[in-house]
Every structure is written in C-alpha cells, then in structure tokens.
Design a protein around this ligand. Structure first.
Ligand code: PMP
Length: 391
C-alpha cells in the first residue's frame, strides 16, 4: 500500500495523476459538474443521441418486453432476438454478409484480433492506433509490425520485407478516424496495398460510424471504399449514443469469432435495453434526422476548428469532430484544462500513454447540438487560455 501511495504522489508531482469527474444529470451539450453548468467539449456523443427521446423510449420498451439482463453469455443462453436483429441491422448498414455484437469497443478489438490472428501471422498496425488494438495485437500472439502514422510508403516497404519470409497471413489494422488526432486513415491506399499483398484490412471506425459519409456509414463510405474493407469494427457508445460494439464482415469471419473470440465467448451478452436503443439509433442515423445532425456537427466543427487555426493553434491534422489542441507537456496541459473548466468549458487534457510524450493536448470534441455561439466563445477562451499559460 505504501508503494502505491508513493507512486500516486509521484504521478501527481509530474502532472500525470488521473482522477474522475462526476457529471450530475443526463449527458448533453451542457452538463452539471460540481454544481456548475458547463459546456461539454469532451464527449463522444457526437450526434447527441445519448439523451434522444427515441432511444430512451426504445430502451424502455425493450426492457419492459425482454427484461433487464440477458442472463448469460451468447453461446449459452444469452442470445436473444434483439441480438439477431441488431446484427442483421448492422450488416445491412455496413453492406456485409454478417455482423457480430461485442460488449464494448475494447472487448471487440481484443477479441477480434485474438480470434482471427494466429502466432504465425503478421499484423501491420498504425503507430497511433487505439490502445484496444494494441492490446488485441498482443493477445493474438502474432508478430506486430508498427508502421509510421498514415505512412503508406513505409507500410509498403514493411509488407515487402515481410513477404520474403512469409509463413502465415497478413492483417493491416487502422483506426478510421484517429481517436486522439481526428485525422483519417488513408483507406484507399491501404485497400490497394492489402489487395497487392494479399492481406486482410481491419478498420476501427469507432469515431467515424454515424458521423462520416453521406449516410453515416463511416470513414470508408466517405473515402469511397466501403465494399473493399474486410473487417469493419465500430462502436455503439459514441455517435450512436448507446453502449457496445460490433464487427461487420463475411459470414466465415463471424463464425470464426463465435468459435474463437474469448471476449465474445466468456462474457455476459449486452442487455435488451441497450440493444433496443441501438436499433433505434441506426434508424435515426440512417434517416433524415441523422443527415441533419451530421450537417450540424460538420458546421460546428468548421466554426470551432477554423477559429483555433486562425489563432495559430496546431490541430494535429484534424479534419473531423475530434479537434486536438496541442499543448506539449502534462503540467501546462492540465493547467489549461483547469482554467477552462473554471471558465465554464469542460475539455480534458490528454497525456501519455494515451498520446506520445511531448504531444499532450486538449482534446476537444464537437457535438451536433452545441450552439454555434457557445462554440465561438469557447474557441476564444481556448486561445486566451493558451496565450496566458506559463511557458
Ligand atoms: N477504438 C477506438 C478508436 C476508440 O476511441 C475507443 C474508445 N475510446 C475504442 C475502440 C473502445 O471502445 P469502447 O469505449 O466501446 O470500449
């Protein structure tokens, strides 16, 4: 215990201690924090669906009809009609043969990579992929070759080098929208490489699903290669406003995971209320309201990011609703977050290991139902705060 205490004190001294902030009341563009009404600029509830009445009604209706818990894991007795319906809905949405629901994005990435890849295979993973992908690579037991962020030239050389001693399969894995930088994977180039080198391509579109593309099908739709990605992973807890995750892919991939994926097999399945809400979320995302919300989100992103860019802020190449404000070291980053919160803007400081050392940032995330005038004021406040920080 003494060592633990000392370690926490050390972390605090380095500006690296993590603590929880509790929100009172529901999620929305503004929330109550420590008795104050603040602008929420660090939620992945991008389309504002987490508190949408249609999802709340669907969740309550499913709970009333099917109960609160599923009672077992999927392979035992925890597969309910709603699981099947949601998987069919997701497969139709991503235009694949089949889909499989997982209990979270973390469980999906670890379970997909462990379930599909063997120790004799090679995984090629973007340097800035999400932690759950990194952990999945480790769990698979395969050799993982990390390629420089979005660098297809470097990836090509690595694929070439590995080809000469190839024994097993190749899998390329990338975030669609990078979670801490808000930039996009070069999916068209990755598709060409995976076809040339006979590899599978897995895209984690946790932050693109629901948001990007004309009908919200994500990064691959935006970039015009939806039908050329092998493994579409996405989450239900961000733009879709619910909880859980999925893989959409060929039937043989899904059947393989049902038989081999440990996070899928050994965990109680998602409850009816969440499944009912997710079905309603897909209906919304796929309909006119989804299109309207995507438009509002894009307008908000433009307004906020343009103002920061005019103010000389390094936005790390972001082109999406994830707008990082590079601040460098942990102490000034957390001080900036504290000052902004005092001024009524809740944005989290992000530190290693979530981002590389020296690349700490305020990670601002926009929502469709933020009001433009609030965002304009928040952008000014961010600029003022950055200019007032000790150097
Ligand atoms: N992948 C990416 C790119 C993410 O950003 C996240 C969540 N932050 C996850 C996977 C994990 O998803 P979940 O929160 O549903 O576990």
């Amino acid at each position: 215990m003494r060592e633990m205490k000392k370690r926490l004190e050390d972390l605090k001294g380095q500006g690296m201690l993590r603590t929880l902030k509790t929100i009172a009341g529901p999620q929305g563009p503004r929330v109550m924090l420590d008795g104050h009404d603040v602008l929420l600029l660090c939620s992945n509830n991008y389309l504002g669906l987490a508190g949408h009445s249609a999802l709340i009604e669907a969740s309550c209706a499913a709970t009333r009809r099917f109960g609160v818990g599923s009672g077992a894991s999927r392979l035992v007795s925890g597969t309910m009609e709603l699981h099947d319906q949601l998987e069919q809905r997701i497969a139709a949405f991503k235009k694949t043969e089949a889909a499989l629901v997982f209990n979270s994005g973390y469980a999906a990435n670890t379970g997909i990579l462990q379930g599909l890849v063997d120790p004799g295979d090679v995984i090629f993973s973007d340097q800035l992929n999400h932690a759950s992908i990194i952990d999945g690579c480790r769990l698979s037991g395969a050799r993982t070759v990390v390629y420089p962020h979005r660098d297809c030239g470097a990836l090509e050389s690595l694929l070439q080098a590995e080809s000469s001693r190839r024994r097993g399969r190749f899998l390329i894995v990338t975030d669609g929208v990078f979670s801490m930088d808000g930039d996009l994977a070069p999916l068209v180039e990755l598709v060409e490489l995976k076809e040339r080198f006979d590899a599978l391509l897995m895209v984690d579109d946790a932050h693109g699903t629901g948001v990007l593309g004309a009908s919200g099908r994500g990064t691959a739709e935006l970039l015009g290669c939806l039908d050329r990605v092998d493994l579409h992973m996405g989450t239900l807890g961000k733009a879709l406003g619910c909880f859980g995750a999925y893989l959409a892919a060929d039937r043989v991939v899904i059947d393989t995971l049902i038989n081999r994926s440990r996070s899928f097999i050994f965990s109680t399945s998602l409850p009816p209320g969440d499944l009912g809400a997710a079905l309603a979320a897909f209906d919304l995302v796929d309909g006119p309201e989804g299109a309207q919300r995507r438009q509002a989100l894009e307008a908000n992103r433009g307004l906020f990011a343009d103002r920061l860019q005019q103010g000389g802020v390094d936005l790390c190449g972001s082109v999406t609703q994830i707008v990082p404000v590079l601040t460098g070291e942990p102490v000034p980053t957390m001080e900036a977050a504290r000052r902004l919160l005092d001024a009524g803007v809740f944005v989290q400081g992000i530190r290693p290991p979530t981002v590389p050392a020296g690349r700490c940032r305020l990670r601002a995330t926009l929502m469709a139902d933020h009001r433009p005038e609030e965002l304009a004021a928040a952008a000014e406040l961010v600029l003022e705060t950055l200019s007032g920080l000790p150097r």
